[in-house]
Ligand binder design. Structure first.
Ligand code: MYA
Length: 505
């Protein structure tokens, strides 16, 4: 299940080119070192034909030795995008983000805080000019026609997996949900149009977030849905969009931001890994998402990923509006465990977790289940959201319906001291029951990252490690590294759980 994930955000498509570029020979690596390096870099292992131990390690070692040691050691050889010299980040070198090498050693703790301090008065009131033939356009997401334009751009041009087999297909319902939480700002949906045709060819969005990084709460924004039409790629339009959304945030007094991506930029504050749990294995096999391991048969795979028909936790039920206060309280206390997390008020909890049944026109995007004990107290909850991917190539299926594990919390994780085994058992029960609902709602696959306490249940719930990584970045804020739930060999690290309590859509 690990071999072909749904598109990881921002993953490059140029691994083959990368492998060809990485030509300098290295000698003298032991088998153990080869294994370690391939573990560090699953995409590279896949490319070299030794994906997760299925291939020939000897041949992979030979291929590996043809690559440049430093590039492999830094884990940067997995995509063409990542191969360039760090000094070649011409745009990012000019931005208030930490440089590679800064604060990398565990003894070298940096003082956390803003990198550049500015006032709203210093910020230009007008956008920078665009190339001739293009113009800025603020997109009104309340206007269905404009929302559809954003959907069309993303549907044809947003994030694909490395082999261009799948592309994220955010429905208009999920776009509204993801981009219009309480406090959304109409100026923060910025598009670029071709002046003559009026066609939308570029987009970037931001939403407000109260983001806690260790003991400080930043009044920040979360930037997402950066997309440029394929015909306008590599023309340095992305930096223009990024500078424009920065200006628009700054004008609202927001000087810090969080964003994520599959590509390496200066410099991640954390890195998580994607995990995938097959639900409809035959379909995943047919679309090329899941391979058939050489020592297996389809019926074994189907049996392996069978999901029970019924849930097991007593008191588990769908979240209702009356639960919002209790869920917000539980979530707030649970997220306090992590180094980085959003601070959600009640309106935000309602927006992010409660499906609004009144709006019959909207497809359901989020599913949340609470556990209510005999005293009517909410002791746990778990949620997931729906994000489909289009199958790009010829196939009998046009899409893959993926559930993404979202937020969860349990009182058992808040006991002092925490009984780790009890927490592990409870999280496994919650996730296992959420899988039952995923199956009922006809999801094909359940995806999760190595963040929060996920390392306590991913393996037991048969989530397999994927190729994709998700790097977390902070704009204009220097912070010490935050654990992403994986060790130096890119393996789940149940001993050092992740400090990331923030999920990204
Ligand atoms: S992540 C999802 C990103 N979208 C996609 O992957 C969709 C498919 N791809 C595309 O549409 C294009 O390839 C994009 C780049 C638009 C990604 N994040 O115009 P270019 C840098 C940051 O010639 P293009 C998401 O939405 C690149 O390193 N920078 O390139 C979060 C290079 O700079 P440098 C990126 O391929 C977005 C420059 O752009 C990314 O035509 C967070 C090249 O520009 C990327 N994903 O277009 C944005 N990809 O020379 C940052 C490339 O330095 C927000 N680049 O290497 C920062 C906070 C702002 C707010 C602050 C408020 C205070």
């Amino acid at each position: 299940m690990s071999e072909e994930p749904t598109p990881g955000k921002g993953k490059g498509k140029e691994r083959e080119k990368a492998a060809r570029k990485l030509h300098r020979a290295i000698d003298g690596l032991s088998d153990e070192q080869v294994t370690q390096l391939l573990d560090l870099n699953p995409a590279l292992a896949h490319e070299l034909g030794s994906g997760h131990g299925d291939g020939d390690p000897g041949a992979a070692a030979e291929a590996l030795k043809r690559l440049n040691l430093q590039e492999i050691m830094t884990g940067l050889a997995s995509s063409g995008k990542n191969v360039k010299d760090m000094g070649a980040y011409k745009f990012w070198a000019t931005q208030p983000v930490p440089k590679f090498g800064e604060g990398d050693s565990p003894d070298e703790q940096v003082a956390e805080g803003p990198i550049k301090v500015q006032t709203v008065e210093e910020i230009p009131k007008e956008p920078a000019p665009l190339l001739d033939g293009f113009e800025w356009s603020t997109i009104d997401l309340l206007d269905d026609a404009q929302l559809t334009e954003v959907w069309e751009l993303l549907n044809g041009h947003y994030v694909e997996d490395d082999e261009a087999m799948f592309r994220f297909n955010y429905s208009t319902s999920i776009l509204k949900w993801a981009m219009m939480p309480p406090g959304w700002k109409k100026e923060w949906y910025r598009g670029v149009r071709a002046s003559q045709s009026r066609k939308l060819v570029g987009f970037i969005a931001a939403i407000p977030v109260e983001l806690r990084v260790r003991d400080k709460v930043l009044h920040a924004s979360e930037v997402n849905f950066l997309c440029i039409h394929k015909k306008l790629r590599s023309k340095r339009l992305a930096p223009v969009l990024i500078k424009e959304i920065t200006r628009l945030c700054n004008l609202e007094g927001v000087f810090q931001a969080i964003y994520t991506g599959g590509i390496v930029l200066p410099k991640p504050v954390s890195t998580c890994r994607y995990f995938h749990r097959a639900i409809n294995w035959p379909k995943l096999y047919e679309v090329g998402f899941s391979p058939l391991p050489s020592n297996s048969k389809p019926q074994f795979q189907i049996r392996k990923y069978a999901v029970p028909d019924r849930t097991s936790l007593r008191g588990l039920r769908e979240m209702q509006k009356k639960d919002v206060g209790a869920v917000q309280d539980l979530l707030t206390r649970y997220l306090a465990k992590f180094d980085m997390a959003a601070e959600f008020n009640k309106q935000e909890v309602e927006h992010w977790l409660l499906h609004n049944k009144k709006d019959a026109l909207e497809d359901q995007v989020v599913w949340t289940y609470v556990v209510e004990d005999d005293h009517k107290k909410i002791t746990d909850f778990i949620s997931f959201y729906c994000l489909e991917s289009s199958v790009i190539g010829p196939s009998t299926h046009s899409n893959v319906k993926a559930a993404y594990l979202f937020y969860y919390a349990t009182e058992i994780g808040l006991a002092k001291p925490v009984d780790r085994e009890a927490l592990k058992a409870r999280l496994n029960a919650l996730v296992s029951d959420s899988l039952v609902y995923c199956k009922q709602y006809k999801f094909d696959v359940y995806n999760a990252l190595s963040l929060m306490d996920n390392a306590l249940f991913l393996e037991e719930q048969k989530f397999g490690p994927g190729d994709g990584q998700l790097h977390y970045y902070l704009f204009n804020y220097r912070a010490n590294p935050i654990a992403g739930g994986i060790d130096k060999r890119n393996r789940l690290d149940p001993e050092a759980l992740s400090g990331i309590g923030k999920t990204q859509i």
